[in-house]
Write a protein that binds this ligand. Structure first.
Ligand SMILES: NC(=O)c1ccc[n+]([C@@H]2O[C@H](COP(=O)([O-])OP(=O)(O)OC[C@H]3O[C@@H](n4cnc5c(N)ncnc54)[C@H](O)[C@@H]3O)[C@@H](O)[C@H]2O)c1
Length: 247
């Protein structure tokens, strides 16, 4: 895709399923990619021509130091993909700790990343921020309120930042996948005590295309939003959901 070669991309949740797939695709497009995650697996990152940094998004000091280290190592970043998330799935039974964990990673973490990467984008003279929302950022789903609230919030952050950052030539968009067959899906089945195969059948039936998405189908839309192919998009939601929301 146009305008990706030699750009520096930072991906949070970079060792998670969708962050990793996005890193692979951006590296294939010629980006220099930093995968940031609370987990550590430099060999897995190297296997897709990326570098990895350990960072806990709860800790702003580490976020700031890591962003500076990425810039010193790879150059200033002009792409930020906010993919990291926690998946505590609760309704009105959520505890104060559940809310703190969800909002501190999914909302505050994404925001602190933008705070420390935007100055690098300003040095580059351009930037693209891609915030992972979800179909859960549009509709209610059973026992999902804690997660849903953060995914609605992400769409709000996207519009706010797009407004603030347009003058710096920085575009900000939300990416809203339907269900993707990933460890997040498998773990949520476990957490809710549900049978994975049965849930896959049910989840597949919710999409017009009759299946869950694949990580590489989401990664290609990350590359699109990062690239010059989407140069007139900002403040938008890109829905990549196999028709989940069309019904
Ligand atoms: N998987 C899906 O079906 C699906 C659907 C719609 C939207 N999404 C969104 O896509 C994004 C990626 O989802 P995924 O399926 O790759 O999830 P995942 O669980 O595989 O990846 C999330 C990553 O975030 C990291 N992380 C969590 N807390 C962190 C912290 N405090 N500091 C740093 N890293 C931390 C985890 O270690 C993990 O590697 C999420 O924002 C999710 O809401 C996923």
């Amino acid at each position: 895709m146009r305008g990706l070669k030699d750009r520096v991309a930072i991906i949070t949740g970079g060792l998670g399923d969708l962050g990793y797939a996005a890193g692979k695709r951006l590296a294939e497009e010629g980006c220099l990619v930093a995968l940031l995650d609370i987990k550590d697996d430099p060999e897995r990152a190297a296997a897709i021509d990326c570098r990895s940094w350990i960072v806990d998004l709860l800790d702003e000091t580490t976020i700031e130091a890591t962003c500076l280290d990425v810039a010193n190592t790879l150059g200033p970043a002009s792409i930020l993909v906010n993919s990291a998330a926690r998946f505590i799935l609760k309704g009105i039974d959520a505890s104060p700790d559940d809310w703190d964990e969800m909002t501190r990673v999914n909302i505050r973490g994404a925001s602190l990343m933008a705070k420390h990467v935007v100055p690098q984008m300003e040095r580059c003279g351009n930037g693209s921020i891609i915030n992972f929302s979800s179909v859960s950022g549009f509709v209610g789903q059973p026992r999902f309120s804690t997660y849903t609230a953060t995914k609605f919030a992400i769409r709000g952050l996207t519009r706010g930042w797009a407004t603030d950052l347009a003058k710096a030539n920085i575009r900000v968009n939300s990416l809203c996948p339907g269900y993707v067959y990933t460890s997040a899906f498998i773990n949520s089945c476990k957490d809710l005590g549900l049978d994975e195969d049965e849930e896959n059948e049910k989840a597949s039936a919710m999409h017009l295309l009759g299946r869950q998405g694949r990580p590489e189908e989401i990664a290609s839309t990350v590359a699109f939003l990062a690239s010059d192919e989407s140069s007139f998009m900002t403040g938008s939601d890109l829905i990549v959901d196999g028709g989940y929301l069309a019904r």
